[in-house]
Ligand binder design. Structure first.
Ligand SMILES: Nc1ncnc2c1ncn2[C@@H]1O[C@H](COP(=O)(O)OP(=O)(O)O)[C@@H](O)[C@H]1O
Ligand SMILES: [Mg+2]
Length: 1045
């Protein structure tokens, strides 16, 4: 629902409670307690937690501190996608998450190059270990990897199941409670890739090895081994599967857990061991030790008649000695006897039954505790930063993760709880100091006046515990070392003497009546910052002493199990100096831890347990209130809110709210601080509502911010529209630009190509012209390279030109003028061409035409230049005949018989005497010619007898056939006139083979009239043809002038 996460305020306006635009689901309560209107109200605080918890929103900020409520169920918020969501975003952009804190820490380390640490606190079962695992997972998944250490992330992750198997146990509060404190350094190279890790472990709860409270268990590894180990393995270790067979596992009467499978975890642990780099042999040795602890627990003692103690389970001891790799009898002796050195002499005294039992238990604790330390060392070796990276000079940055036992209040609180709670006091100190310090520093750097905050400083409690000579630890140590009868009660008395009257220390004796009723006489009460805790002094001295008999140490030094011989050093057995007491050791290691943490930039995760039943969805307000109180969350909030509820860097503030002011939207180009003040002025902030620092704006009341946020929400549709428009514009512009660029590329490519082509052509042309000119200059020289091209070109052009301009007909006499070098070839070609044309022409000529031609040739031979009418006559076709067949009388044809008429023409015959004209037909056959008068053949002229033919040189049609003189039968020469004289004469002369006998007379023709008598035909030129009798009996023929021009 959209209205979820909003509230209806007094004016009835719907108001956003959240500062950022997140999904509706995330808008439950406030994401940051700093924005709580009523920040002094614990109830409002818890209500906000409860509401968010109800929506599975388990994370909430107090400024930069992350508060986490254990959901006791798997949430879908730890996937890889979620990790990606949180990468590179700032706290306020997205819902609170452990990944946001992890990412911000990582980025701070990278950008500021400052070591970081994340302190995770909270009571047992609040989710500290889970949180630290989530952080590690985030880094392992999202950070780049280093080539030298590719599997480091995996090893870092795998160290967890191993440490949990050996260091975690089911407790009343938590099925997987860490029974040791852990500080883990993850080292990153300059590129931000994890390159190394180091673990510091604190105060393993060793007493758990020998004793567990009801409903609790020993360390997981024992149950995992018995449940998951293969039969063979258990046989070699001499173990049975049933945990109830082992004294050290039966105390809590809780062998199994419903929430975890020991069998599966066994597999996980074995795999993790191999990933980390444990050899099979090392694993075997480790399991030998685990088994030996179980065997040790089953070692029983009996009491002899004289009070001496002996081992009743002698058979079991062989297994034990084998597993521990020590001498059997020596171990037996050491378990029942004590070695003392008095006045330089060694004495061995038997132990009482109780002493033997506690010696055995001490050995079990020592063996397990030291093995655990060895395990951590071994893991550290595997995670160690490799030399080459360390020395690469580029320096590593570190993120430290502190997962340490939270404040613990049990029914019976002992030495361990004392230490744990002391540790939490120290962490609270650190927290106060660092939070306040950073707050103060921020005010200073931002140039804002500091306003003091009232808070409880727990230094007084720390001093109560750790002060030299006067502190509880000092008194405890002193009591342990004091010669004479000391016991836990004497320690309590000493405390009362020294610390009586301290406001945070109470005992039964010192207390008032009311308190006295709830305290036993063996208890002392400390008023911790987080609440009151009663500690029972029983066992304090022993646990602080943490002594192991010297002869047991000696036996263990001899072990051929390398792990044990590493854990129990020979020097230790010989060394007479007393080792440091447990509490002091712890104090020192804490001091060191504080130094480590102080040197780093801290981030905090405050874990809260919602109920004691480990149930999902249940929010026990009383329990939560208690934790909120002792975690100091309200104080934390108060410090954060002391001055201003909200602060943000100028750029972030401006970036978010700039749409609300026309001057800052869409972009502010001036100084950031000016932009912010323009913006807030526009929004109408009052002077008391905010302050501007150097780089941040501080807003005093959440209400101011909420109003701004509301305004932004209302403005959003406008912004969306603007964004949409500009995005579309941008997209289209980009598209257009892309197209335009492409077009230009194509265009320039094309133009370039064209220009290149043109240039090439020009270059070639210039070159050609140059060659031609040169050739032209050298054209008269001998053939040489300079004129070679020119000549070639000239010849080529001539031939090309010739090809186009060849004469089309034989009569066409045109021919292109050849260049000098081709004159000869040209002539040849010309001849060839002519011959070719002629041949072609000849092939084309038809037989009739050939005949015609031959006749014309003959005519030409005869008449050319001889007879005036020739030029006129030669142009005309010579016909096959001038008469149609029908025009020749049939009788004549019959008379001719087989002789075919080849040619017929009408002629005029002139009588030799009188020159009377008579029309006749002249018929030519192959051998003779006949003159026909209609039906009658008048005269036959055999060709053989023909003496010659005469014609004039003029244009008349007269011709004379000369007949033989001696032939009496002949009547003389025949004088004829025909309009086709050239044709007739040519044909006749050809048929008669008398071509050479045609004679052309210029002035007159003499002819035979009859035997011995001659006639003449005279020719003159006149205007028109006229045949008439002339002078002296001559025939006068006037021939017209033919204009030949
Ligand atoms: N973020 C979480 N998501 C789901 N379950 C969780 C989460 N944190 C804690 N738990 C549950 O709570 C149990 C106790 O958490 P753990 O981290 O071991 O507590 P602590 O280390 O503070 O004692 C875990 O075993 C797990 O079942
Ligand atoms: Mg834990």
């Amino acid at each position: 629902m959209r209205y979820q996460g909003r509230e209806v305020d007094i004016e009835g306006r719907v108001r956003l409670v959240m500062e950022s635009a997140l999904t509706a689901r995330d808008r439950v309560g406030v994401q940051d307690f700093v924005l709580l209107e009523n920040y002094n109200s614990e109830a409002a605080f818890i209500e906000n937690l409860r509401r968010r918890f109800g929506e599975n929103l388990i994370y909430t900020y107090i400024g930069s501190v992350l508060v986490s409520v254990n959901p006791y169920k798997e949430l879908e918020i730890y996937s890889k996608q979620q990790m990606e969501r949180y990468r590179g975003v700032s706290f306020y952009e997205i819902s609170p998450h452990i990944y946001a804190l992890s990412d911000n820490t990582y980025r701070a380390m990278r950008t500021e190059r400052k070591d970081q640490c994340i302190l995770i606190s909270g009571e047992s079962g609040a989710g500290k270990t889970e949180t630290s695992k989530k952080i590690l997972l985030y880094y392992a998944v999202t950070c780049p990897t280093n080539d030298h250490m590719p599997a480091l992330g995996e090893r870092l992750l795998q160290s967890n199941p191993v440490l949990e198997a050996f260091g975690n146990a089911k407790t009343f509060r938590n099925d997987n409670s860490s029974r040791f404190g852990k500080y883990m350094d993850v080292q990153f190279d300059f590129r931000g890739a994890p390159v190394g890790g180091h673990i510091l472990n604190y105060l393993l709860e060793k007493s758990r090895v020998i004793h567990q409270n009801h409903g609790e268990r020993n360390f997981h590894i024992f149950y995992q081994l018995l449940d998951g180990g293969e039969d063979d393995l258990l046989t070699t270790l001499g173990l049975e599967r049933n945990p109830q067979s082992y004294q050290y596992l039966v105390k809590g009467n809780c062998p199994r857990l419903s929430s975890v499978s020991d069998k599966n975890n066994w597999k996980v642990v074995m795999k993790a061991l191999s990933v980390i780099g444990f050899t099979e042999e090392e694993v075997q040795k480790l399991l030998n030790i685990i088994a030996s602890v179980l065997h040790l627990g089953n070692t029983q003692f009996g009491e002899g008649e004289e009070g001496e103690t002996y081992i009743t389970t002698e058979t079991k001891i062989t297994n034990l000695t084998k597993l521990l790799g020590v001498d059997g009898s020596a171990l037996g002796e050491a378990l029942t006897h004590k070695k003392l050195t008095a006045k330089g002499e060694e004495m061995i005294t038997p132990l009482s039954f109780e002493q033997a039992v506690s010696a055995r238990d001490a050995l079990a604790k020592a063996v397990y505790g030291r093995t655990f330390t060895w395990l951590v060392e071994k893991i550290n070796q595997s995670l160690a930063l490799k030399e080459e990276i360390y020395h690469s000079g580029k320096g590593c940055s570190v993120i430290g993760l502190l997962d340490i036992y939270g404040f613990e209040v049990l029914q019976h609180n002992s030495f361990e709880q004392f230490c744990i709670n002391y540790c939490n006091e120290k962490l609270q100190q650190l927290f106060i100091e660092l939070t306040l310090r950073s707050e103060q520093e921020e005010y200073e750097t931002e140039g804002i006046a500091w306003e003091t905050v009232q808070y409880f400083d727990n230094k007084i409690i720390c001093d109560l515990i750790e002060e030299k000579h006067k502190g509880i630890i000092s008194i405890l140590d002193e009591e342990c070392l004091r010669p004479g009868e000391t016991c836990d009660v004497s320690f309590l008395e000493k405390l009362e003497d020294t610390l009586g009257g301290h406001p945070h220390f109470v005992t039964h004796k010192l207390a008032n009546g009311k308190t006295r009723r709830v305290m036993s006489r063996e208890e002392f009460r400390l008023l911790h910052y987080a609440g009151e805790v009663n500690y029972n002094v029983n066992g304090f001295l022993d646990k602080n002493n943490d002594l192991l008999n010297r002869n047991l140490k000696e036996v263990m030094c001899q072990s051929d199990n390398q792990i044990l011989s590493h854990c129990f050093r020979k020097e230790e057995a010989i060394d007479q100096k007393r080792p440091e007491m447990a509490a002091t050791q712890f104090k020192n290691s804490l001091t060191k831890l504080m130094e480590i943490l102080m040197s780093k930039e801290p981030s905090y995760v405050r874990c809260i347990k919602p109920n004691d039943a480990k149930q999902p969805g249940r929010f026990d307000e009383v329990l939560v209130r208690h934790q909120v109180k002792y975690l100091g969350l309200m104080e934390n909030l108060r410090v954060r809110r002391a001055g201003f509820a909200y602060r943000r860097r100028f750029e972030a503030f401006l970036q978010r709210y700039k749409p609300l002011c026309p001057e800052t939207w869409p972009n502010w180009h001036g100084r950031l601080s000016d932009g912010v003040s323009t913006l807030v002025n526009h929004l109408g902030y009052k002077a008391e509502e905010y302050k501007l620092g150097r780089s941040k704006i501080f807003i005093r009341f959440p209400k101011t911010l909420f109003n701004t946020e509301d305004a932004l929400e209302a403005k959003k549709p406008d912004i969306a529209l603007t964004l949409q428009t500009s995005w579309r514009g941008y997209r289209e512009r980009a598209k257009y630009q892309r197209i335009r660029r492409a077009v230009i590329v194509i265009q320039s490519g094309w133009r370039g190509m064209k220009a290149r082509r043109r240039a090439k052509r020009r270059r070639q042309a210039a070159e050609l012209i140059r060659r031609l000119i040169k050739g032209f200059i050298y054209r008269h020289e001998e053939f040489c390279p300079e004129n070679e091209y020119f000549h070639d070109h000239v010849r080529y052009s001539f031939l090309k030109n010739l090809r186009k301009n060849l004469p089309k007909s034989v009569l066409d006499k045109s021919w292109p003028t050849p260049p000098p070098s081709l004159i000869e070839a040209s002539d040849h070609l010309r001849r060839l061409h002519m011959r070719n044309m002629v041949t072609k022409y000849c092939h084309r000529v038809q037989p009739e035409w050939k005949k015609q031609m031959m006749q014309k040739v003959v005519a030409s031979e005869i008449f050319k230049d001889e007879k005036d009418s020739y030029p006129q006559g030669v142009g005309r076709l010579f016909l096959d005949s001038r008469l149609e067949r029908e025009q020749i009388n049939l009788k004549v044809v019959q008379t001719l018989g087989s002789e075919k008429v080849q040619y017929a023409v009408t002629v005029v015959k002139y009588d030799r005497r009188g020159f009377k004209p008579r029309p006749r037909q002249l018929l030519l056959t192959n051998t003779f010619a006949v003159l026909v008068d209609r039906t009658k053949i008048k005269q036959r002229i055999d060709y053989a007898a023909l003496r010659g033919i005469s014609v004039s040189s003029l244009s008349d049609g007269m011709f004379v056939l000369h007949m033989p003189n001696e032939d009496n039968k002949q009547k003389g020469d025949v004088v004829l006139h025909c309009h086709h004289v050239i044709e007739v004469v040519t044909k006749l002369s050809m048929m008669a083979s008398k071509v050479n006998y045609v004679n052309i007379s210029p002035g007159s023709i003499r002819f035979v009239v009859s035997r011995g008598k001659e006639g003449f035909i005279d020719f003159v030129r006149g205007s028109e043809l006229k045949v008439a009798k002339g002078k002296r009996g001559h025939l006068l023929v006037t021939a017209p002038q033919i204009n030949t021009a």
